[in-house]
Design a protein around this ligand. Sequence first.
Ligand code: C2O
Ligand code: CU
Ligand code: CU
Length: 461
Amino acid sequence: MDFRRRKLLQVGAAISSYFALPTLSLANTRKSNKEGWIYELTAEEATAEIVDGFQTDVLGFDGQIPAPTLRCRQGEPVTIIFTNKLKEPTTIHWHGLRIPIEMDGVPFLSQPPIMPGETFVYRFTPPDAGTFWYHPHVNSVVQLGKGLVGAIIVEEAEPVLFEEEHTLLLKHWHLDQQGQWKQLMIPRYSARMGTPGEWGTVNGEHEPVYSLRENATTRLRIANVDNTLTYPIAIKGAEAWVVAIDGNPIKTPYPLEQHKISPGMRLDLALHAPKQGEKVYVQYMKGRFPFPLCTFESVASEISSPASLPALPLNPVPDLDLKNASEMDFVFEWEGAISPTKKDGKVDSKFWLMNKRAWEGMNKNSIPAPLATLELGKTYIFDLKNVTQYHHPIHLHGHTFTVLELDGIKLDEPFHTDTVLLGKNGSAKAAFVADNPGKWMYHCHVIEHMKTGLMGYIEVV
Ligand code: C2O
Ligand code: CU
Ligand code: CU
């Protein structure tokens, strides 16, 4: 199978194929050449039928489950006019996008929280193409857990065309069989792997079935938008190639056997749709038996033979200066139950430490000290060490890591990511150029872990 970069022949055809994508609805969009991509977006309470035949109270972007997929293009400005129609403050964070701190959507570090009824305009130009996602950075257990999670897709500056493209948002909802909410966070689980939801969905639907056109070159953009679960993913019924990890294309695509997608992480796959009538399964390899997440069925098409799979250009992640790099240790630890009671009588459990500190939370009058202060323009190697029995997807805002080493093994082909998965007692060496000034969140993306201590920030000055 050969990968080659396909030149765009017809701009008209390219645009229409983007808008012919059937998987997710497009937000209310007005595109103008001068101003770029413009979206209006709200966060609001809504109801959705997630469990067949039952209505669930959810929080939805534009009141929708799944949230509208925002599309824009690498190097072109995008504007999102966001209105908070919730009953509580919120923000939107653009996970994986290397954009200025003012647009990063973290309350107090990058902007004041957006109060109920307020509108905030996010405006940025994404430097990288790929599969990214967006979510609030306020009351995350509830706001993400109840549905405020969506995809933002940054198309390549020079469009790379697949004949089929599907975005798959993976999430297990904390719902019972009647679509009623169960606890989003149970402390004895927060101190372990986190509280899993029970109702598995792709794009808010349980085991959906999609169609593919026979022989079509197909791109699957898979994003784990779940609060807790790691999905080891496999594909049955077609040979799937890994083409991008966490939004970033890899140099040498390889056939997928299994890939662990932890909360916050993404995986882009390329494959050929099989013959008419045949099926492709996306499987969750939990334990010994695979669970189906969704199915694709091939239908008749005009594509008589499979074209070669297009290759993705690499993202312009800054070159590392490893000779002059500084190395920093970050140790992730479990500290058992320290459960101070807050003034309002609520228990504020802390179970996890990052370099001996548990995140204490912040407000406009008190912002804790950074975990580290980095010099603008310098290369850093983060030595990540997980000394716990549970895995942690460690995420850094505003920058892209280059993973040099995993579990003590030097990688032949380092890869780029915004979220490094540390297995139980695992380690990694992840390098990056601190080229984006600001205070950048740095946390585990298992939402309960970040809530119960595994969070902090680094400052780049
Ligand atoms: Cu998706 Cu602070 O993260
Ligand atoms: Cu992020
Ligand atoms: Cu964690």
